[in-house]
Design a protein around this ligand. Structure first.
Ligand code: HEM
Length: 131
């Protein structure tokens, strides 16, 4: 992955409250999604949103709330129960891009933040590419 991730810029321009808003916008879309929405626990949307927001506040701002309740993120292991190939990865990123636009993530940091999401999303793939 050649996209540059300027992490200090993300930390500087996207505060904890912005990550909370981003997670809310993202899960509002995810609930309506036909491809990957059904993977999420239908009776715990609020919990899923909070886990994701907490992870982002931890990852960029060192807020330990996520670790205190969930322990080490182990993201790849935690995604193994879900079949994630290229279509699922791309859909996740499409919903994230729209959510970033909605929450007006500052343009200077948006490229880096999206590159971070793209890198992690690609790492979550656990299904061979089609064809
Ligand atoms: C590539 C496509 C992806 C799919 C289909 C996917 C799907 C899921 C699903 C179904 C869950 C369980 C929801 C829950 O109960 O919490 C989950 C959890 C989670 N995902 Fe993803 N995800 C993807 C990519 C990502 C990426 C790129 C990130 C981070 C940058 C991420 C971060 C998380 C976190 C932090 C959790 C909660 C982990 C926990 O504490 O249990 N996911 N994801």
């Amino acid at each position: 992955m050649s996209a540059q991730i300027d992490e200090p810029l993300i930390v500087q321009q996207v505060d904890e409250a912005a990550f909370t808003r981003l997670a809310a916008a993202f899960y509002r879309r995810m609930k309506e999604d036909d491809l990957i929405g059904p993977m999420y626990p239908p009776d715990d949307w609020a919990g899923a949103e909070e886990r994701f927001a907490g992870f982002l506040r931890f990852r960029f701002h060192g807020n330990m709330g996520y670790i205190e309740t969930r322990g080490h993120p182990r993201l790849r292991g935690r995604h193994l129960p879900f079949a994630i190939g290229e279509p699922e990865r791309d859909r996740w990123l499409e919903l994230m891009k729209a959510s970033m636009e909605e929450t007006a993530i500052p343009a200077a940091a948006a490229g880096s933040l999206f590159a971070f999401f793209a890198q992690v999303a690609d790492f979550m793939r656990n299904e061979p590419a089609a064809g």
